[in-house]
Design a protein around this ligand. Structure first.
Ligand SMILES: *Cc1c(COP(=O)(O)O)cnc(C)c1O
Length: 378
Protein backbone atom coordinates (compact mmCIF):
# COMPACT_ATOMS: atom_id res chain seq x y z
CA UNK A 1 0.00 0.00 0.00
CA UNK A 2 1.31 3.46 -0.89
CA UNK A 3 0.60 6.79 0.80
CA UNK A 4 0.22 8.44 -2.62
CA UNK A 5 0.58 6.14 -5.65
CA UNK A 6 2.05 8.12 -8.54
CA UNK A 7 3.06 4.99 -10.46
CA UNK A 8 -0.53 3.76 -10.69
CA UNK A 9 -1.57 7.11 -12.15
CA UNK A 10 1.31 7.07 -14.63
CA UNK A 11 0.45 3.54 -15.77
CA UNK A 12 -3.11 4.68 -16.49
CA UNK A 13 -1.99 7.49 -18.83
CA UNK A 14 1.50 6.38 -19.91
CA UNK A 15 0.87 6.51 -23.69
CA UNK A 16 -0.60 10.01 -23.59
CA UNK A 17 2.29 11.26 -21.42
CA UNK A 18 4.87 9.68 -23.75
CA UNK A 19 3.20 11.35 -26.73
CA UNK A 20 3.20 14.75 -25.00
CA UNK A 21 6.89 14.43 -24.08
CA UNK A 22 7.80 13.33 -27.62
CA UNK A 23 6.07 16.42 -28.98
CA UNK A 24 8.19 18.70 -26.79
CA UNK A 25 11.37 16.84 -27.77
CA UNK A 26 10.44 17.35 -31.41
CA UNK A 27 9.75 21.08 -31.26
CA UNK A 28 12.62 21.72 -28.83
CA UNK A 29 11.22 24.86 -27.18
CA UNK A 30 12.11 23.75 -23.66
CA UNK A 31 11.75 27.21 -22.10
CA UNK A 32 8.41 29.03 -22.47
CA UNK A 33 7.27 26.71 -25.25
CA UNK A 34 3.69 26.62 -26.59
CA UNK A 35 2.51 24.12 -23.93
CA UNK A 36 3.20 26.68 -21.19
CA UNK A 37 0.77 29.18 -22.71
CA UNK A 38 -1.78 26.49 -23.55
CA UNK A 39 -1.67 25.27 -19.95
CA UNK A 40 -2.05 28.79 -18.52
CA UNK A 41 -5.19 29.32 -20.59
CA UNK A 42 -6.65 25.98 -19.52
CA UNK A 43 -5.83 26.51 -15.84
CA UNK A 44 -7.35 29.99 -15.84
CA UNK A 45 -10.52 28.62 -17.48
CA UNK A 46 -10.69 25.71 -15.05
CA UNK A 47 -10.32 27.88 -11.95
CA UNK A 48 -12.55 30.60 -13.37
CA UNK A 49 -10.17 33.56 -13.21
CA UNK A 50 -8.88 35.85 -15.95
CA UNK A 51 -5.15 35.16 -15.67
CA UNK A 52 -2.88 32.29 -14.76
CA UNK A 53 0.90 32.76 -14.59
CA UNK A 54 2.90 29.56 -14.20
CA UNK A 55 6.26 29.48 -12.42
CA UNK A 56 8.91 27.12 -11.07
CA UNK A 57 7.17 25.92 -7.88
CA UNK A 58 4.46 26.74 -5.35
CA UNK A 59 6.85 28.55 -3.02
CA UNK A 60 7.98 30.91 -5.78
CA UNK A 61 4.32 31.46 -6.69
CA UNK A 62 3.74 32.78 -3.15
CA UNK A 63 6.87 34.91 -3.26
CA UNK A 64 5.90 36.34 -6.65
CA UNK A 65 2.42 37.06 -5.26
CA UNK A 66 3.98 39.11 -2.44
CA UNK A 67 6.44 40.84 -4.79
CA UNK A 68 3.67 41.70 -7.29
CA UNK A 69 1.68 43.27 -4.44
CA UNK A 70 4.73 45.37 -3.48
CA UNK A 71 4.90 43.84 -0.03
CA UNK A 72 8.29 44.34 1.63
CA UNK A 73 10.14 45.91 4.54
CA UNK A 74 7.97 47.26 7.40
CA UNK A 75 4.93 45.30 6.22
CA UNK A 76 3.29 42.62 8.31
CA UNK A 77 1.80 39.59 6.58
CA UNK A 78 -0.59 37.54 8.70
CA UNK A 79 -0.84 33.83 8.10
CA UNK A 80 -1.87 30.53 9.64
CA UNK A 81 0.35 28.87 12.25
CA UNK A 82 -0.54 25.42 10.91
CA UNK A 83 0.83 24.83 7.41
CA UNK A 84 3.90 23.79 5.46
CA UNK A 85 6.91 26.08 5.95
CA UNK A 86 6.63 27.43 2.37
CA UNK A 87 3.54 29.44 3.34
CA UNK A 88 5.61 31.43 5.84
CA UNK A 89 9.18 31.45 4.59
CA UNK A 90 8.34 33.68 1.61
CA UNK A 91 7.33 36.50 3.98
CA UNK A 92 10.81 37.27 5.41
CA UNK A 93 12.20 36.43 1.95
CA UNK A 94 10.64 39.68 0.66
CA UNK A 95 11.68 41.60 3.79
CA UNK A 96 8.25 41.53 5.45
CA UNK A 97 7.36 40.18 8.89
CA UNK A 98 5.10 37.17 9.49
CA UNK A 99 2.46 37.29 12.22
CA UNK A 100 1.04 33.84 12.93
CA UNK A 101 -2.63 33.32 13.68
CA UNK A 102 -4.21 30.27 15.28
CA UNK A 103 -6.56 27.95 13.42
CA UNK A 104 -10.08 26.65 13.81
CA UNK A 105 -10.09 23.29 15.66
CA UNK A 106 -12.70 21.79 13.30
CA UNK A 107 -11.32 22.80 9.89
CA UNK A 108 -7.61 23.34 10.78
CA UNK A 109 -7.85 26.53 8.66
CA UNK A 110 -7.10 30.13 9.64
CA UNK A 111 -9.76 31.22 12.13
CA UNK A 112 -11.51 34.51 11.14
CA UNK A 113 -12.13 35.54 14.78
CA UNK A 114 -8.52 35.00 15.67
CA UNK A 115 -7.47 36.93 12.57
CA UNK A 116 -9.42 39.95 13.75
CA UNK A 117 -7.94 39.59 17.25
CA UNK A 118 -4.45 39.42 15.73
CA UNK A 119 -5.03 42.64 13.77
CA UNK A 120 -6.08 44.35 17.03
CA UNK A 121 -2.99 42.97 18.80
CA UNK A 122 -0.70 44.33 16.07
CA UNK A 123 -2.27 47.80 16.45
CA UNK A 124 -2.25 47.71 20.26
CA UNK A 125 1.45 46.90 20.40
CA UNK A 126 2.48 49.05 17.42
CA UNK A 127 4.09 46.07 15.70
CA UNK A 128 3.82 47.47 12.17
CA UNK A 129 1.41 47.78 9.27
CA UNK A 130 -0.57 44.69 8.31
CA UNK A 131 -0.69 44.55 4.50
CA UNK A 132 -1.78 41.06 3.54
CA UNK A 133 -3.08 37.72 4.75
CA UNK A 134 -1.96 34.38 3.31
CA UNK A 135 -4.79 31.90 3.77
CA UNK A 136 -4.19 28.16 3.25
CA UNK A 137 -6.86 25.61 2.25
CA UNK A 138 -5.24 22.98 4.44
CA UNK A 139 -5.46 19.36 3.29
CA UNK A 140 -7.68 20.59 0.44
CA UNK A 141 -10.52 22.01 2.54
CA UNK A 142 -11.44 25.55 1.41
CA UNK A 143 -11.02 28.15 4.17
CA UNK A 144 -13.91 30.33 5.39
CA UNK A 145 -13.68 32.97 2.63
CA UNK A 146 -17.02 34.59 3.40
CA UNK A 147 -15.74 35.76 6.79
CA UNK A 148 -12.09 36.19 5.78
CA UNK A 149 -13.05 38.44 2.85
CA UNK A 150 -15.11 40.68 5.14
CA UNK A 151 -12.18 41.12 7.51
CA UNK A 152 -9.71 41.79 4.68
CA UNK A 153 -12.06 44.44 3.23
CA UNK A 154 -12.60 46.05 6.63
CA UNK A 155 -8.85 46.39 7.33
CA UNK A 156 -7.76 46.91 3.72
CA UNK A 157 -5.65 43.76 3.57
CA UNK A 158 -4.68 41.90 0.41
CA UNK A 159 -5.94 38.31 0.56
CA UNK A 160 -3.58 35.74 -0.92
CA UNK A 161 -4.95 32.20 -1.19
CA UNK A 162 -2.37 29.42 -0.89
CA UNK A 163 -4.22 26.71 -2.84
CA UNK A 164 -1.21 24.37 -3.02
CA UNK A 165 -3.32 21.59 -1.49
CA UNK A 166 -6.75 22.54 -2.81
CA UNK A 167 -6.50 22.61 -6.60
CA UNK A 168 -9.78 21.10 -7.86
CA UNK A 169 -11.72 21.86 -4.66
CA UNK A 170 -14.82 24.06 -4.67
CA UNK A 171 -16.62 26.24 -2.15
CA UNK A 172 -20.16 27.08 -3.19
CA UNK A 173 -19.92 27.68 -6.94
CA UNK A 174 -16.29 28.78 -6.95
CA UNK A 175 -13.10 26.83 -7.38
CA UNK A 176 -10.16 27.13 -5.03
CA UNK A 177 -7.55 29.31 -6.68
CA UNK A 178 -10.15 32.05 -7.21
CA UNK A 179 -10.61 33.38 -3.67
CA UNK A 180 -7.75 35.79 -3.16
CA UNK A 181 -6.75 38.95 -5.00
CA UNK A 182 -4.01 36.49 -5.90
CA UNK A 183 -4.09 32.73 -5.41
CA UNK A 184 -1.21 30.32 -5.81
CA UNK A 185 -0.81 26.60 -6.28
CA UNK A 186 1.91 23.94 -6.47
CA UNK A 187 2.42 21.14 -8.96
CA UNK A 188 4.76 19.16 -6.69
CA UNK A 189 4.14 15.50 -7.68
CA UNK A 190 2.04 14.54 -4.63
CA UNK A 191 -0.32 17.56 -4.80
CA UNK A 192 -3.85 17.21 -6.23
CA UNK A 193 -2.49 18.37 -9.62
CA UNK A 194 1.13 17.28 -9.75
CA UNK A 195 3.74 17.23 -12.50
CA UNK A 196 6.89 15.08 -12.69
CA UNK A 197 9.15 17.61 -11.03
CA UNK A 198 8.59 21.06 -9.55
CA UNK A 199 6.01 23.52 -10.80
CA UNK A 200 3.64 26.22 -9.60
CA UNK A 201 1.21 28.89 -10.72
CA UNK A 202 -0.57 32.00 -9.61
CA UNK A 203 -4.09 33.12 -10.45
CA UNK A 204 -5.61 36.58 -10.53
CA UNK A 205 -8.32 38.64 -12.18
CA UNK A 206 -6.00 41.66 -12.29
CA UNK A 207 -4.17 42.18 -15.59
CA UNK A 208 -1.77 44.54 -13.82
CA UNK A 209 -0.73 41.91 -11.28
CA UNK A 210 -0.51 39.18 -13.95
CA UNK A 211 1.77 41.40 -16.06
CA UNK A 212 4.06 42.13 -13.09
CA UNK A 213 4.17 38.42 -12.20
CA UNK A 214 5.08 37.56 -15.83
CA UNK A 215 7.92 40.07 -15.59
CA UNK A 216 9.16 38.85 -12.19
CA UNK A 217 9.34 35.20 -13.25
CA UNK A 218 11.80 36.17 -16.01
CA UNK A 219 14.30 38.33 -14.10
CA UNK A 220 11.98 41.34 -13.87
CA UNK A 221 12.02 41.67 -17.63
CA UNK A 222 10.75 44.67 -19.55
CA UNK A 223 10.68 44.38 -23.34
CA UNK A 224 12.92 41.28 -23.05
CA UNK A 225 15.02 39.50 -20.46
CA UNK A 226 18.01 41.81 -21.06
CA UNK A 227 15.86 44.84 -20.24
CA UNK A 228 15.20 44.62 -16.51
CA UNK A 229 12.53 46.88 -15.06
CA UNK A 230 12.38 45.45 -11.56
CA UNK A 231 14.04 42.85 -9.35
CA UNK A 232 12.86 39.43 -10.36
CA UNK A 233 13.55 35.73 -10.16
CA UNK A 234 14.35 32.94 -12.56
CA UNK A 235 11.10 31.05 -12.04
CA UNK A 236 9.62 29.58 -15.18
CA UNK A 237 7.64 26.35 -15.51
CA UNK A 238 9.50 23.99 -17.88
CA UNK A 239 7.70 23.29 -21.15
CA UNK A 240 8.06 19.56 -20.41
CA UNK A 241 6.20 19.91 -17.11
CA UNK A 242 3.50 22.02 -18.79
CA UNK A 243 3.01 19.26 -21.39
CA UNK A 244 2.65 16.67 -18.63
CA UNK A 245 0.22 18.88 -16.71
CA UNK A 246 -1.98 19.33 -19.81
CA UNK A 247 -2.53 15.57 -19.77
CA UNK A 248 -2.96 15.32 -15.99
CA UNK A 249 -5.45 18.18 -15.90
CA UNK A 250 -7.85 15.87 -17.76
CA UNK A 251 -7.91 13.60 -14.69
CA UNK A 252 -8.42 16.24 -12.04
CA UNK A 253 -12.20 15.93 -11.55
CA UNK A 254 -12.43 12.14 -11.70
CA UNK A 255 -9.49 11.75 -9.33
CA UNK A 256 -10.98 14.26 -6.90
CA UNK A 257 -14.33 12.47 -7.02
CA UNK A 258 -12.63 9.16 -6.25
CA UNK A 259 -10.78 10.66 -3.27
CA UNK A 260 -14.06 12.15 -2.07
CA UNK A 261 -15.68 8.72 -2.27
CA UNK A 262 -12.81 7.17 -0.27
CA UNK A 263 -13.04 10.00 2.28
CA UNK A 264 -16.71 9.13 2.75
CA UNK A 265 -15.76 5.47 3.28
CA UNK A 266 -13.26 6.53 5.93
CA UNK A 267 -15.87 8.75 7.52
CA UNK A 268 -18.52 6.01 7.67
CA UNK A 269 -16.10 3.49 9.17
CA UNK A 270 -14.26 5.76 11.60
CA UNK A 271 -17.08 8.00 12.85
CA UNK A 272 -17.50 7.50 16.59
CA UNK A 273 -14.16 5.70 16.81
CA UNK A 274 -11.79 8.58 16.25
CA UNK A 275 -11.96 12.28 15.36
CA UNK A 276 -12.47 12.60 11.57
CA UNK A 277 -12.12 15.63 9.25
CA UNK A 278 -15.28 17.71 8.91
CA UNK A 279 -17.52 17.44 5.84
CA UNK A 280 -18.99 20.91 5.31
CA UNK A 281 -22.07 21.07 3.09
CA UNK A 282 -20.98 23.92 0.87
CA UNK A 283 -17.44 22.64 0.27
CA UNK A 284 -16.11 19.91 -2.02
CA UNK A 285 -12.58 19.41 -0.68
CA UNK A 286 -9.78 18.16 -2.91
CA UNK A 287 -8.69 15.68 -0.18
CA UNK A 288 -4.97 16.31 -0.58
CA UNK A 289 -4.80 14.57 2.79
CA UNK A 290 -7.25 12.72 5.04
CA UNK A 291 -6.24 13.76 8.54
CA UNK A 292 -7.62 12.34 11.75
CA UNK A 293 -6.72 13.38 15.29
CA UNK A 294 -6.07 11.25 18.37
CA UNK A 295 -4.87 11.98 21.94
CA UNK A 296 -1.14 12.93 22.03
CA UNK A 297 -0.11 9.84 23.94
CA UNK A 298 -1.70 7.49 21.37
CA UNK A 299 -0.47 9.20 18.20
CA UNK A 300 2.93 7.53 17.82
CA UNK A 301 1.67 4.11 19.00
CA UNK A 302 -1.13 4.23 16.37
CA UNK A 303 1.38 5.13 13.62
CA UNK A 304 3.57 2.24 14.72
CA UNK A 305 0.65 -0.17 14.80
CA UNK A 306 -0.46 0.83 11.28
CA UNK A 307 3.11 0.64 10.01
CA UNK A 308 3.44 -2.91 11.42
CA UNK A 309 0.39 -3.80 9.28
CA UNK A 310 1.98 -2.34 6.13
CA UNK A 311 -0.06 0.88 6.29
CA UNK A 312 1.89 4.10 5.67
CA UNK A 313 0.92 7.31 7.48
CA UNK A 314 2.31 10.86 7.59
CA UNK A 315 2.30 13.67 10.14
CA UNK A 316 1.40 17.06 8.68
CA UNK A 317 2.76 18.97 10.65
CA UNK A 318 4.86 18.05 13.68
CA UNK A 319 5.88 21.65 14.39
CA UNK A 320 3.57 24.66 13.98
CA UNK A 321 5.12 27.53 12.05
CA UNK A 322 5.55 29.92 14.99
CA UNK A 323 7.68 27.29 16.75
CA UNK A 324 9.91 26.49 13.76
CA UNK A 325 13.47 27.54 14.54
CA UNK A 326 13.78 29.29 11.16
CA UNK A 327 10.81 31.52 11.98
CA UNK A 328 11.63 32.49 15.55
CA UNK A 329 13.97 35.33 14.65
CA UNK A 330 11.52 36.72 12.11
CA UNK A 331 8.07 36.69 13.60
CA UNK A 332 6.48 39.29 15.87
CA UNK A 333 3.60 37.07 17.02
CA UNK A 334 3.67 36.43 20.72
CA UNK A 335 2.20 33.95 23.12
CA UNK A 336 0.82 30.51 22.53
CA UNK A 337 -1.26 29.37 19.60
CA UNK A 338 -2.94 26.56 21.43
CA UNK A 339 -4.98 24.91 18.67
CA UNK A 340 -2.05 24.73 16.24
CA UNK A 341 0.20 23.44 19.02
CA UNK A 342 -2.24 20.76 20.06
CA UNK A 343 -2.94 19.68 16.43
CA UNK A 344 0.78 19.28 15.81
CA UNK A 345 0.79 16.62 18.55
CA UNK A 346 -2.42 14.85 17.56
CA UNK A 347 -2.78 14.71 13.75
CA UNK A 348 -2.21 11.64 11.57
CA UNK A 349 -2.79 11.63 7.81
CA UNK A 350 -4.00 8.35 6.30
CA UNK A 351 -3.39 7.15 2.74
CA UNK A 352 -5.76 8.74 0.21
CA UNK A 353 -5.30 8.78 -3.55
CA UNK A 354 -7.42 8.00 -6.59
CA UNK A 355 -5.86 4.55 -7.12
CA UNK A 356 -6.35 3.34 -3.53
CA UNK A 357 -8.59 0.25 -3.29
CA UNK A 358 -11.74 0.35 -1.19
CA UNK A 359 -10.46 -2.84 0.44
CA UNK A 360 -7.37 -0.94 1.58
CA UNK A 361 -9.51 1.73 3.21
CA UNK A 362 -11.49 -1.03 4.91
CA UNK A 363 -8.27 -2.63 6.16
CA UNK A 364 -6.95 0.70 7.49
CA UNK A 365 -10.21 1.34 9.35
CA UNK A 366 -10.20 -2.19 10.76
CA UNK A 367 -6.67 -1.76 12.08
CA UNK A 368 -7.56 1.59 13.64
CA UNK A 369 -10.46 -0.16 15.36
CA UNK A 370 -8.16 -2.95 16.60
CA UNK A 371 -5.76 -0.35 17.96
CA UNK A 372 -8.48 1.67 19.69
CA UNK A 373 -9.86 -1.45 21.40
CA UNK A 374 -6.46 -2.78 22.50
CA UNK A 375 -5.43 0.65 23.70
CA UNK A 376 -8.32 0.71 26.18
CA UNK A 377 -7.62 -2.76 27.56
CA UNK A 378 -3.94 -2.00 28.20
C1 LIG B 1 3.45 22.25 -1.11
C2 LIG B 1 3.05 23.50 -0.51
C3 LIG B 1 3.63 24.74 -0.87
C4 LIG B 1 4.86 24.86 -1.73
O1 LIG B 1 4.86 24.23 -2.93
P1 LIG B 1 6.24 23.81 -3.66
O2 LIG B 1 5.79 23.59 -5.07
O3 LIG B 1 6.73 22.57 -3.00
O4 LIG B 1 7.19 24.93 -3.55
C5 LIG B 1 3.11 25.90 -0.33
N1 LIG B 1 2.08 25.87 0.54
C6 LIG B 1 1.52 24.72 0.93
C7 LIG B 1 0.37 24.77 1.89
C8 LIG B 1 1.98 23.49 0.44
O5 LIG B 1 1.41 22.36 0.85
Amino acid sequence: MQFVDLNAQLSAIRQQIDARIAKVLNHGQFIMGPEVYELEQQLADYVGVKHCVTCANGTDALQIALMSSEIGANDIVLTTAFSFIATAEVIPAVGATPYFVDVDPETFNLCPNKLEAAIADIARHGLGTPKAVIVVDLFGLPANYTELNKICKKYNLILIEDAAQSFGATLGTRKCGSFGEIATTSFFPAKPLGCFGDGGALFTDSLEIADIARSIRIHGKGANKYDNKRLGLNSRLDTMQAAILLEKLLLIDSERARRHYLAQQYHTNLKGLISCPSFPNEADPSWAAYTITIADSSRDPLCEHLSSQGIPTAIYYKTPLHLQMAMKAHTVSRGRLTIAESLSKSVISLPIHAYLEEASVAKICEQIEVFMQDKDTL
